[in-house]
Ligand binder design. Sequence first.
Ligand SMILES: *Cc1c(COP(=O)(O)O)cnc(C)c1O
Length: 442
Amino acid sequence: MTDFAHPAERREHILRAAVRQGLLDPERAVLAGFVDLDGVAATVDSLHRAFPDSLRVLHAFAAKANCLVPVLAELRRAGMGCEVATAGELARALEAGFAPDRIVFDSPAKTRAELEWALDLGVTINADNFAELSRIDAILADRPFSRSRIGVRVNPQVGGGTIAAMSTATRHSKFGIPLADGDNRQRLLRAYRERPWLTWVHTHVGSQGCPLELIAQGIAQAVEFADEINDHLGRRQVVGVDIGGGLPVNFADDEVRPGFDTYVDHLREYAPDLFTGRYEIVTEFGRSVLAKNGFTAAYVEYTKEAGGRPIAITHAGVQVATRTVFAPDAWPLRVEAHHPHGGAKSGEPVRQDVAGPACFAGDLLARDRALPLLEPGDIVVLPDTGAYYFSTPFHYNSLPEPAVHGVRVAADGRVDFEPIRPAQATHVPVTAGRAAHASGVR
Ligand SMILES: *Cc1c(COP(=O)(O)O)cnc(C)c1O
């Protein structure tokens, strides 16, 4: 009896159904992404439950983590808002049906036209720097009325985590206004005094690799600064604090660790004032909402040996696991071996390389990894790839974007798939594959 709640068995169950239903096929669908929509609902529920009901909180999903419109629409229906970092993401959020006042626009490079668009829509804006604030001044001069809530992103400069590229609150970070530099604090206080419409403070300390203590310390600084502004102005001008996202994800096994409740425990310790109800709160979680609710599956096309080590050449590589391929130490992924029918492979682990299809030697999902020996026609599964992987493909080598399927598993085990993104055309004449198939040549 399959336990549909156990993640590995659930993946196996879904994979078997995907093969049976032809969503994975050694000729026509060699690579696909899957989003577990039941899992997404449960994760969003755990996020909502982690914060006390007494607080006014908008949980805005960071669209860059998985910007597929049906996924965004699913998150909207689950009660989330949406954080966007570009005009392209803003367009997708609107297409997914988010009301403008539930969209938060953060970008360090907003053009004038983008700002005008956002202000006309009434989307929340977090300004990244003083020059952007002046630009907003000029736009608002022509439009005395905008529904947008407007804040400033501050950099609390609390330091970085283990992945430099994911650490946004370092001394030299490109994001936000660094609070400790020069007379920035005074300049900011003046900026809030001169602009009564500036009513939010925003910070995002970093993503994967940032310890919870560091994130909570950065948020504590943002809350303190909000208090400082209001004290300084003698009025409650700042009404909300946007605390960003960045809850790290465990890529080593199936345990969800840390959970949102642990994150909130850290906030209570470092930033207790956030729980007084004095401020409205926005959160911007991405990876922690989607990563563990998606997996990638790809066929093994060939196997060989080089230097005495087996290599499996699969159809998943840099085009769907870009960070893992280019920065393997920072972004290791698990690889699971499955039979052609989708069942998990058992057998003596053999150290082998698992490669992708792209034309450069570094296109490897895993090096020297102990796994049941992969054979041609087997399927490899990459768990934890629901965020920042198949949803944001890399177009190197003209490799096509794979299909992405939403999945729900009923209590009786029935697996229902729904299309999230069609596969991009492969440009291989269909007849070529069929002829080879018919003649038994593979
Ligand atoms: C990337 C980003 C997020 C989301 O980070 P996760 O690690 O995916 O939770 C939130 N806010 C901002 C401003 C970001 O740049």
